[in-house]
Design a protein around this ligand. Structure first.
Ligand code: ZN
Ligand code: ZN
Length: 281
């Protein structure tokens, strides 16, 4: 598996590959802008050049962008929906500029409108945005969620429905977050539970639609529907299940990214755990 982490772009996006190199990884995820703002200034062409050169010199093999949390493509507020769509189009264009093939997004929160209405609106939003960027190459990855509040995407069936309604296979895929699926009620703690969950994902969504893993332990229990990341081995999932993922021959070519709390030093510790598990019998 291609191990990586969500790294900082403080000081400019060109620092992301350098941060990855410091961690000894060949894959990373970034926010391509300040994730707490609706708008950020455009990427400077010189900074983009520097970023691409650094990716090359740091031997980066897989890059992933994560969209801002403010964006909700199924909000019931029309003004916010417009802002969300504009902001997401900007995210798609930034990823395009940085030649990042995947843009991870949390599908959205229906805010009381109901799950099926939320799913319908997310699909409508994405179809509309793909039409506005017909030559776009970035693949939008719907991230499995914990199902906190009115968040959608906590059942594999919801992912399948979204993909079907978006109806644009070339531009859509899925990112599987271990903390989120566990909090959503999918057990992975034993080899049998792991196999059953992966088989369920394959049956409902399809493993061919899976492009990225987020590796996080969960502070909260199975089915809690609460999204709290924890360091690998310190949460309710534990270390062992991560060995099943990193040693699974079906996933050798996929990036497995850490999004655990803390700083670079904490990342290094979590990555060491994954590397150790890769080599274990
Ligand atoms: Zn995640
Ligand atoms: Zn999360």
């Amino acid at each position: 598996m291609i191990l990586g982490a969500h790294v900082s772009i403080a000081g400019g996006v060109s620092n992301a590959p350098l941060n990855a190199q410091k961690l000894g990884i060949n894959a990373f995820q970034i926010f391509t802008k300040n994730q707490n703002r609706w708008k950020d200034k455009p990427l400077e062409p010189a900074e983009v050049e520097k970023y691409l050169a650094n990716c090359e010199s740091c031997d980066i093999r897989r890059t992933v962008a994560h969209s801002a949390y403010l964006i909700n493509l199924c909000t019931t507020d029309n003004g916010k929906l417009k802002m969300s769509r504009n902001a997401f189009l900007d995210e798609m264009m930034r990823a395009e500029q940085l030649r990042i093939p995947y843009l991870v997004m949390h599908p959205g929160s229906h805010l009381g409108a109901g799950e099926s209405e939320g799913i319908r609106l997310i699909a409508e939003s994405l179809r509309m945005l793909f039409n506005q960027q017909p030559d776009g190459k970035v693949r939008v990855l719907l991230e499995t969620t914990a199902g906190q509040g009115t968040n959608l995407g906590y059942r594999f069936e919801q992912m399948a429905e979204l993909i079907e309604l978006i109806d644009c296979d070339a531009r859509v895929g899925v990112c599987l977050d271990t903390c989120h699926i566990f909090a959503a009620g999918y057990d992975i703690r034993t080899p049998d539970a792991y196999e059953a969950t992966i088989a369920e994902f394959d049956r409902v969504v399809g493993l061919d639609r899976l492009y990225v893993f987020h590796f996080n332990d969960s502070r909260r229990e199975l089915g809690s529907r609460i999204d709290r990341h924890e360091h690998l081995g310190n949460g309710k999932i534990g270390v062992e299940p991560f060995k099943l993922f990193v040693q699974d021959p079906r996933f050798t070519d996929l990036p497995g990214l850490i999004e655990t709390p803390g700083d670079m030093e904490d990342f290094a510790g979590n990555l060491d755990i994954l590397r150790g598990l890769e080599g274990e019998k």
